[in-house]
Design a binder for this molecule. Structure first.
Ligand code: SF4
Length: 537
């Protein structure tokens, strides 16, 4: 019998004091027949002490968007912790290219001390830049502000401008102090602004490649971007830039030469996608390379954007070839996994992408949540006009963008654009997580430790797919938890081959014999058998 999810939610919420109850109630909704697109509260301040999984603005800026750019040297301006904990912890893989540079293995910090807080840290920062230039000769440097930097008033923008003039390379400042906004999301926006105004469009490539695309919001975790690249190249596309998995500066500087942008992670990159459309005329579609069905859908949508017989033909040939390689194993894993139930709780896009991959193997998603997504990621971009910015988000700069008269190109006629939109091609559109969510599933924002425990107890899922902070407490409850941020140190999970790697790990986790030993045998059966002899006198 189907659970009454509204009752489940009330049970989860009833332990809260009145004010917390009211706040959290707005973040947990159920998709029903009567309410197929419920309004959810998102991108607002976390309740202090509630054990959130969220991170900070610096993590979103340096950790997510900028850190993967491999030939740029990223200096964290702050005490050592922020740099240390972002050292190699996100698996954004990068290969050294011939004649190129790759700083991914390093973390760089100004390691602020008490005296820097008292007297200011700009001198130390300038010295760190000098040292970095002399030792590593990077193409560009990023300076990332951490919490104390904004509070003591270090002017990192002035230091960056001076260093740019002094060394003749781009030194960019990112005002991404950890307390800005309410989560990683503010950091994405700050990074987008700098990448758009200081990097994209600076490239000197005059050549316009045929079938040129960018992949935006793809960070090459476990090699995902390489798998997307493999498929796209096999079809005949030229991937100009990926933002920012395994990216080098040169490719991003030339990103304006692409014909279409494919947005993988809407949350972290939609600002750049929008701004590139205005400035350079490049249309964008929401794609998704996670899941077999989604990958096929994305490839077909992209082909329609080019409307070229060669691309149509290659797309279908490659889809057929790739499917024939995997279909046997897909059927095997489907048989093993069909009918299982999953809870998903991931950053700002994966909870949506992975419910689609799970569906490929017959797994039903019963709860799905984001840490830091906005309402448009849940409910679809159609709700953007009704989203009110609150005080926590108002201090994130919004750039005003103009058409670039020299570099603007019309890659798709307005008639074709409208025709494709009415056909359902997601041009400048993302429908959000709710559209594919099953009826009677719970959609939740900024889920916390108490809510995870209670939902697992009430719904008894077969798996909880989330992050490192949740993994072990969930597994201690006897429920499989796979990490969808780090992929449990495997991957790729994207594309056709990635779907199989994901399913293989899931099947191994579900069927591991270890689950049988969670309850010790003496709790269920007697360890010794025998009878007492001579007990009576
Ligand atoms: S919250 Fe502040 S101190 Fe903590 S990691 Fe972010 S920038 Fe660093």
């Amino acid at each position: 019998m189907e659970k009454d999810m509204k009752k489940v939610i009330n049970r989860v919420l009833e332990k809260y004091p009145a004010k917390t109850f009211k706040n959290r109630k707005a973040h947990i909704v159920v998709k029903t027949e009567e309410e197929p697109n419920p309004v959810i509260q998102a991108n607002v301040r976390t309740i202090p002490g509630i054990i959130t999984s969220r991170g900070c603005c610096y993590a979103g800026c340096k950790g997510v968007v900028m850190g993967p750019i491999k030939d740029m040297l990223h200096i964290t301006h702050g005490p050592i912790g922020c740099a240390y904990y972002t050292w190699g912890t996100r698996r954004n893989k990068a290969k050294l290219e011939k004649g190129g540079q790759n700083f991914i293995e390093y973390t760089f910090s100004t390691d602020m001390q008490d005296r820097d807080i008292v007297f200011g840290g700009t001198k130390k920062l300038a010295l760190a830049i000098k040292e970095a230039v002399e030792i590593f000769h990077p193409k560009a440097i990023g300076i990332y502000a951490t919490c104390p930097v904004g509070l003591i008033g270090d002017d990192i923008n002035a230091v960056a401008a001076e260093a740019t003039a002094l060394y003749g390379i781009d030194v960019m400042a990112f005002n991404c102090e950890g307390y800005k906004g309410v989560s990683q999301s503010a950091g994405h926006h700050i990074a987008n602004n700098v990448v758009f105004s200081d990097i994209i469009g600076k490239g000197t490539n005059k050549e316009h490649k045929k079938y040129a695309v960018n992949i935006l919001g793809e960070y090459n975790i476990g090699g995902d971007a390489w798998e997307m690249d493999r498929i796209l190249t096999k079809i005949g596309y030229n991937v100009v830039a990926t933002l920012s998995g395994d990216a080098n500066l040169d490719s991003i500087q030339n990103a304006h030469t692409a014909d279409v942008n494919v947005v993988q992670c809407h949350r972290s990159i939609n600002y750049i996608a929008e701004m590139m459309e205005t400035k350079y005329g490049i249309p964008w579609i929401k794609g998704n390379f996670i899941g077999v069905t989604s990958t096929i859908e994305t490839l077909r949508d992209l082909a329609k954007c080019f409307d070229d017989p060669y691309i149509y033909e290659r797309t279908e040939t490659v889809i057929a070839e790739e499917l024939s390689e995997i279909e046997g194993e897909v059927a095997y894993y489907k048989e093993k996994l069909e009918g299982k139930k999953a809870m998903l709780y991931v950053g700002g896009s994966r909870a949506d992408h992975y419910q689609r991959l799970l569906a490929d193997f017959g797994i039903e998603t019963i709860v799905a949540g984001f840490e830091f997504a906005h309402r448009d990621d849940y409910e679809g971009r159609e709700v953007i006009p009704s989203i009110k910015l609150d005080a926590d988000s108002k201090n994130i700069p919004q750039l005003t963008v103009q058409k670039d008269e020299e570099k603007y190109r019309v890659t798709m006629t307005p008639e074709r654009y409208e025709a494709l939109k009415s056909e359902g091609v997601p041009l400048a559109y993302y429908g959000g997580m709710v559209k594919t969510l099953n009826e009677n599933a719970i959609m939740v924002d900024d889920l916390n430790h108490h809510e995870i425990d209670e939902l697992i107890k009430s719904l008894n899922p077969d798996m909880f797919l989330s992050g490192i902070k949740e993994k072990y407490s969930v597994q201690k409850m006897g429920v499989l938890s796979k990490q969808l941020h780090s992929y449990d140190y495997t991957g790729p999970y994207a594309g056709f081959r990635g779907a199989l790697i994901f399913a293989r790990g899931l099947e191994a986790g579900i069927y591991t014999p270890a689950w049988k030993y969670v309850t010790p045998p003496w709790k269920t059966e007697p360890m010794l058998e025998g009878k007492v002899v001579g007990g009576e006198e």
